[in-house]
Design a binder for this molecule. Structure first.
Ligand code: FAD
Length: 346
């Protein structure tokens, strides 16, 4: 008989569970219901008792590790906390969000408790034989993994389950009897350095992914390039819509090639075979050709639309749901004006 532990952590506030953690809670509840297994939620937070209120009714047992040492992500303290939670819960299946905070510690935790780990899990199926699904080779090959060894740790990719949203209720996370024994802590987070110009353009939780292609910096029908206009249009749209910003490789590569660039773009924005594979409900690609290595990163975007001047671009050949063969400068100018009208209520 399996028993399940969902490991969660708080966001920067220290008292509110991260979205990925709440998604893992949903996955844990679904799995526990299907297997008839017991569910425990473990919380790592500065203030685990407050964080526990969000999942008060979600599981039979809530365990918490809390204190100043767990306010910040750090290998030594996070690994010790997760290990203590695992030992207290004695679960056979451990689910956790594939957040940067947990991804860096969970393999070590699995090793310490004699288990095995699989990462980037997108779905959990099976009943008698549990099956975890993940993608390989940049989302081209889907594999179904099952293992005999327990405890089996599964790190769940963000956006694969809805976030748990039960009624918030007062809850006391059951303190772990044995306090976490912390090793020497040599790492301290002194602050955060934001990307260029402080503009945070990558928003994994946004409904819309807006992707800029190299066309924004190419010569336009008047024979000129209009990079400054492009930058203004894009930033205005991101500000008004709350969309996340993605880019084609060609566009982010241009900086290194000495061409005019959009200053707020880095390789972190790159979507594709050698870039990221974001998950958003909708995607809008602009001034981009829709080449295969780029489009492969759009695998998990729900509804895909594109604006390109080229009626024979990759998008029009079956890679987008809707393609507007139009000038993206004109389209985005109009879209921004409509958003402005909507915001002012006119
Ligand atoms: C091994 C390998 C891995 C790769 N990995 C990636 C990857 O991870 N991500 C990635 O993006 N690429 C990747 N590439 C590169 C990829 O193949 C393409 O070269 C790249 O994505 C093309 O970028 P683009 O569409 O922005 O530019 P372009 O191909 O230059 O296309 C620009 C488009 O903009 C249009 N346009 C111009 N002006 C306007 C306007 N005013 N309005 C509307 N449309 C306009 C043009 O018609 C054209 O279609 C990889 C390539 C290889 C070989």
């Amino acid at each position: 008989m399996e028993s399940i532990l969902v490991l969660t952590h708080a966001d920067e506030s220290g008292a509110v569970l991260s979205k990925g953690s709440l998604e893992s809670v949903t996955a844990g509840r679904e799995l526990a219901a299907r297997l008839g297994a017991e569910l425990t939620i473990g919380i790592v937070a500065k203030d685990a008792s407050s964080a526990a209120a969000q999942v008060a009714g979600a599981a039979k047992r809530l365990l918490g590790v809390q204190g100043e040492a767990f306010a910040q992500a750090r290998f030594a303290s996070d690994a010790a906390a997760c290990e203590a939670l695992c030992r207290a819960a004695q679960a056979t299946i451990v689910l956790a969000p594939h957040s940067s905070r947990f991804a860096r510690v969970m393999a070590a935790v699995a090793h310490r408790v004699g288990g095995l780990i699989d990462t980037h899990i997108t779905a959990i199926g099976g009943a008698a034989n549990l099956e975890a699904t993940r993608w390989f080779y940049r989302q081209r090959i889907e594999a179904v993994v099952s293992r005999e060894k327990r405890p089996w740790f599964l790190l769940l990719d963000a956006g694969t389950h809805p976030a748990f949203a039960g009624e918030a209720a007062p809850a006391q996370a059951e303190e772990i009897a044995i306090a976490v024994e912390l090793p020497a802590l040599r790492t301290e987070v002194k602050g955060t350095r934001a990307p260029k110009q402080g503009a945070q353009t990558i928003r994994p939780d946004a409904k819309l992914l807006f992707v800029a292609g190299a066309g924004w910096t190419k010569k336009q029908p008047d024979g000129q390039i209009h990079v400054e206009d492009a930058g203004e249009l894009i930033l205005k749209f991101l500000g008004a819509s709350g969309a996340s910003l993605g880019s084609s490789k060609s566009l982010v590569d241009q900086g290194g090639e000495g061409n005019s660039v959009l200053p707020f773009l880095t390789h972190l924005n790159q979507v594709g075979q050698t870039g990221s594979t974001p998950r958003h409900a909708k995607g809008l690609s602009t001034c981009c050709h829709g080449e295969e290595p780029h489009v492969v990163g759009w695998r998990f975007v729900g509804e895909r639309r594109a604006v390109s001047l080229d009626p024979n671009c990759g998008w029009t050949r079956g890679k987008a749901d809707v393609v507007y063969v139009a000038d993206a400068f004109e389209v985005m100018k109009r879209v921004n004006a409509l958003l402005e009208d909507a915001a002012s209520g006119s």
